[in-house]
Design a protein around this ligand. Structure first.
Ligand code: ADP
Ligand code: MG
Length: 276
């Protein structure tokens, strides 16, 4: 189901928060592309500007003072340009955002029902198909609060997918999960990627996760964030857990650890809160 869509181009973006006041240089001279259908993982020290980048791509935050962001050739963000969030780019955050008073099914169909994306029974059929894919169909009439965090995460991703975005933007979505739930979510996200071939930008603190899931890992520097190292992950898909024990995986892990470690030390010396 590759669509050939979902191309992201970030061109020479610098982001300053509160230029008149605190003047926080969050991202500096950042340029990169995400190819259509590519799974890009971004790692870097806490506070280096990862969420800032994601929010600018999502259209939640202004590009200011410099740079341009294109999606599928269209200029979507630049200084003085109105914010342009859109259903083509869907964000899943670390903190869950399901409506607790709605059932799983109601949560999933909420967005497309409002936009009138599907006609008649089509929407419910689509929702059921996606929930079945996520192993969640039997829970569709339950409320989120009764479910485990892993199940809630799956519902959130399904809720994002039903809008048929071309790009999924995931900001540390599995950060708060225990190791076993995380393993289940990795399987789910890998299957989702194989099934949909959406472009994915995935921010994480978990270096092993960044390699296991992605086609390419980008390591960012301490703030102001720039890209320090790009690492291609040429491990074939579909991926099984056992690839983590392969010599290639271990070699990649060493490469990523080394790049991140240097930045972690710099961040530590500057007194940043936390390392990635
Ligand atoms: P990351 O996601 O990599 O941890 P962020 O993108 O959240 O980092 O933040 C990058 C830097 O910008 C940090 O120093 C943060 O404190 C600062 N920052 C983030 N959002 C704002 C804001 N709305 N106003 C001022 N500074 C901000
Ligand atoms: Mg962040």
């Amino acid at each position: 189901m590759a669509t050939g869509q979902g191309h992201v181009k970030v061109e020479d973006v610098t982001k300053i928060y509160d230029p008149e006041g605190a003047n926080v240089l969050a991202v500096e001279d950042c340029s990169f592309e995400i190819k259509p259908g590519e799974f890009l993982a971004i790692v870097g020290p806490s506070g280096c500007g990862k969420t800032t980048l994601l929010n600018m791509i999502a259209g939640f935050d202004h590009v200011e003072p410099k740079g341009k962001i294109y999606v599928d050739g269209e200029l979507l963000a630049a200084p003085d340009k109105k914010l342009q969030p859109g259903p083509d780019r869907v964000v899943v955050f670390q903190q869950g955002a399901l409506f607790p008073w709605k059932t799983v099914l109601e949560n999933v169909i909420f967005g497309p029902r409002n936009t009138g994306k599907y006609q008649g029974s089509e929407l419910k059929e689509k929702a059921e198909e996606l929930l079945a894919f996520a192993g969640m169909k039997e829970f569709m009439n339950d409320f989120p609060s009764r479910m485990s965090s892993g199940m809630q995460r799956r519902v959130e991703i399904i809720r994002a997918l039903i809008n048929e975005p071309t790009i999924l933007l995931l900001d540390e979505p599995f950060r708060a999960l225990d190791a076993i739930t995380k393993a289940v979510m990795h399987r789910f996200l890998l299957d989702t990627f194989d099934y949909t071939h959406k472009t994915i930008m995935f921010i994480t603190h978990d270096l092993e996760e960044s390699i296991y899931l992605s086609d390419r890992v980008a390591v960012m520097t301490t703030r102001p964030g720039k890209f320090k190292t790009w690492i291609d992950v040429k491990i074939p898909r579909p991926r099984e857990t056992r690839v983590k024990a392969s010599p290639e995986f271990i070699r990649l892990k060493e490469e990523v650890i080394e790049a991140v470690h240097e930045e972690a030390i710099k961040a530590f010396q500057r007194g940043e809160r936390e390392m990635a």
